[in-house]
Design a binder for this molecule. Structure first.
Ligand code: OSB
Ligand code: MG
Length: 368
């Protein structure tokens, strides 16, 4: 594979509803789209980092500079064996997995398109439909949260994840459980607690959650192991797991029973697949996390979710939950049974709405 041009575009999109986690509230997304062009075709990727370095160390500005100055120059010009090698080309960059993943995903999409194959088959996926859950942010009131859960269940979603933080946790989960005793329910803390909160978190065991996601520090596997030993509820790691080695070590240490895989957080499809395999060999289920993606990132998440150890419903849901108009057509739809039907078109499977992308692009730069 030979790349002739990489175009970076920053787009801005207001969310239909604000999204609040323990680290802050988001009302508008700023994403970078990566177009990798070569051999007469284009592949597209999306950088999934936040607007601020609060989920991890990356944000839109850092990703732009990493792509422009470090990642793109490493893949332009010369011959590349294939998309599976793209990640290795930029592996000398420490951290910044989300910036690197946006480029890597574009190269996988390009490779699949050149082969005339859907991306999900190209990466070895087998599922033709994927199970969907939703992630519901912290709301202004418990009543509002209960109303949102009601709406999502009525739409067919198979599991509900709510965000928690100190002051919005045990009593909120209790209220949700009282109203919905039988649903698949989980909570995500985005690193809002310390190991010294173990007694407090232990109270969540009474609500038989499917899992508690990333309760402790974003970079601490050891404390998660200590906490897991005290909880009946499985811990699911998100922020902590940046590569297959860390997944292996976390499982070995019994720091978690489940792992959330995000393409961006782990640097792309090649590493996501390695984590998937490590988990499968050790009997650890995985699911696909989300980062409030626009259509390109959402389509890549769908492709990833077709790998066979994605056995739990993920955070990949319909475009309309986030956007009035998505950048792909058709938008991502979820059936009343709570699944997304996987598409057979070459590449990531949806058409780009280039008119709309042009309208919402605030900066663009082409590298050759
Ligand atoms: O921790 O999974 C997370 C959104 C932004 C940052 C971190 C997370 C999330 C989500 C949203 O939970 C998932 C989605 O609906 O895209
Ligand atoms: Mg999470």
């Amino acid at each position: 594979m030979r790349l002739e041009r990489i175009t970076l575009r920053e787009i801005r999109m207001p969310l239909v509803h604000f999204f609040e986690t323990s680290f802050g509230r988001t009302t508008e997304r700023r994403m970078i789209l990566v177009e990798a062009a070569g051999e007469g075709a284009s592949g597209w990727g999306e950088v999934t980092c936040g607007e601020n370095p609060f989920y991890n160390e990356e944000w839109t500005e850092s990703a732009w500079l990493i792509l422009r100055d470090y990642a793109a120059p490493r893949v332009l010009g010369g011959e590349i064996a294939g998309a599976a090698e793209a990640g290795a080309r930029t592996a000398h960059i420490r951290g910044h997995q989300m910036a690197r993943a946006g480029l890597e995903a574009a190269m996988w999409d390009l490779e699949a398109r050149l082969a005339g194959r859907p991306l999900w088959r190209h990466i070895g996926g087998t599922r033709t439909e994927i199970a969907c859950g939703v992630s519901i942010g912290i709301q202004d009131s418990v009543e509002q949260l209960l109303g949102k859960i009601e709406t999502e269940l009525a739409a067919g979603y198979q599991r509900i994840k709510i965000k928690i933080k100190p002051g919005w946790d045990v009593e909120v989960v209790r209220a949700v459980r009282e109203r919905f005793p039988a649903i698949k329910l989980m909570a995500d803390a985005n690193s809002a607690y310390r190991l010294s909160d173990a007694d407090h978190l232990k109270q969540l065991d009474q609500f038989y959650l499917m899992m508690i996601e990333q309760p402790l520090a974003h970079d601490d596997i050891i404390d998660h192991a200590a906490l897991q030993a005290r909880l009946d509820t499985p811990i699911c790691l998100d922020e902590c797991i940046r590569n297959a080695r860390m997944a292996e070590q976390a499982i070995e240490m019994r720091a978690c029973g489940i792992i959330n895989i995000k393409l961006g957080r782990v640097g792309g499809f090649a590493e996501a697949r390695r984590i998937h395999d490590v988990c499968r060999e050790r009997g650890v289920p995985v699911w696909c996390g989300g980062m409030l993606e626009a259509g390109v990132g959402r389509a890549h998440n769908i492709a990833l979710s077709t790998l066979d150890n994605f056995v739990l419903p993920g955070d990949v849901s319909a475009s309309r939950r986030y956007w009035k108009r998505d950048i792909i057509t058709p938008p991502v739809e979820v059936t009343p049974a709570g699944v997304i039907q996987v598409r057979e078109e070459p590449g990531f499977g949806y058409a780009l709405d280039l008119d709309y992308i042009r309208q919402i692009t605030v900066r663009e730069e082409t590298l050759r």
